[in-house]
Design a protein around this ligand. Structure first.
Ligand code: MRU
Length: 337
């Protein structure tokens, strides 16, 4: 089976003079596209999670710079605004730094547009390579569990962890996928299940709290997740709940795979303690779909990422290959710095 048969979604689309984003706040109930015509529109889309997922926000920000250049906006201010939209995923800063180095070399709006397109195209190519590398690690007939959404919606297309799942299903290596709901924003329930059903991949949703019980049952051989920032020693920030999946996986003898492009690697950050963890509004936990579910007067703590120590990671897959049991020396050998 061809992996392309399981890859039909493109959520970030450039239309020559505006950027179109499939609004991830509304899925799966509605497929609504929003139009971004300046850097401020893109910044708001990133902040409000209309576009989300580490590679996708980097790509959107690059297009935000193009829109700013085309509209004659002051570029340093536009780039600072985009950079501050979210703190944890380093792909955002990486993409803006790459656009800035083109600007510093005197790029005009057309050259910036070519650069943003290159960032988007390279991400898709990286995902396809990672799909092959990651799927090759999985014994045919395996069950896998994933967390959050790391698919076409979160990237230029195909996905990182979900790309490995797409490739693994196509190659007959993955027989069953389990997706965790990913409270509170429900990236797993709303977005990953939408992608998997759309692309005909056999998948079952589980409550986040079912993960250890599922692993104990023997139905899962690999947990496969994405990343928002990977530090120089391999510590990995990803969606809140990833850390407890890694602990549960180690306890049950289930393998744990992180899949992310090299644009998610941050060799300037020594370890996970130095990664800023985004805290979002308590209201995201206290309500569901706009309806308050918790007693008025209650407060909540809502960190939206956590850090999995490198020691709990069996395989780190990037487009450069597979690093087994990542540590500082192995990371440096592949990424320098
Ligand atoms: O808050 P989100 O939805 O942007 O968080 C997304 C994740 O944590 C993903 O796992 C990560 O960005 C990788 S997406 C390929």
């Amino acid at each position: 089976m061809n992996a392309n048969a399981h890859d039909s979604i493109r959520a970030v689309q450039w239309h020559g003079d505006y950027l179109s984003l499939l609004d991830q706040r509304k899925l799966p109930a509605q497929s609504v596209w929003i139009e971004c015509r300046n850097a401020s529109d893109v910044t708001m889309a990133i902040k409000d999670l209309a576009v989300r997922g580490a590679p996708a926000i980097g790509i959107a920000a690059a297009w935000g710079v193009v829109l700013a250049a085309r509209g004659g906006e002051p570029l340093p201010a536009a780039m600072a605004m985009l950079r501050a939209a979210r703190p944890t995923a380093v792909n955002l800063m990486w993409a803006l730094d790459r656009m800035k180095s083109r600007l510093d070399l005197g790029a005009n709006a057309a050259a910036l547009q070519a650069e943003a397109q290159a960032i988007q195209d390279e991400d898709l190519a990286a995902n396809r390579r990672m799909g092959e590398f990651g799927a090759a690690l999985i014994t045919p007939g395996s069950g896998v569990m994933t967390h959050c959404n790391t698919g076409s919606l979160a990237t230029a297309g195909f996905g990182t962890a979900l790309g490995v799942i797409r490739a693994g299903v196509s190659a007959g290596r993955i027989a069953q996928v389990f997706a965790g709901e990913t409270r509170p924003w429900l990236q797993g329930a709303r977005l990953t299940m939408w992608e998997l059903v759309n692309d005909g991949i056999p998948a079952r949703l589980v409550a986040d709290s079912a993960a250890s019980h599922l692993m104990k049952s023997g139905a899962v051989q690999w947990v496969v997740v994405g990343a928002d920032r990977i530090a120089a020693n391999g510590d990995t920030a990803n969606k809140i709940g990833t850390y407890q999946l890694a602990i549960a996986a180690r306890h049950h003898g289930v393998k744990f795979m992180v899949v992310a492009p090299s644009t998610t690697v941050d060799m300037a950050t020594a370890d996970g303690d130095d990664i800023e963890i985004e805290l979002r509004e308590a209201t995201e936990l206290l309500s569901m779909s706009g309806t308050r579910t918790v007693v008025e007067g209650a407060d909540a703590w809502n960190p939206v990422f956590d850090v999995t120590p490198a020691a709990l990671i069996d395989a780190l897959v990037t487009e450069r290959g597979v690093i087994e049991h990542p540590d500082q020396a192995k990371m440096q050998a592949v990424f320098g710095g």
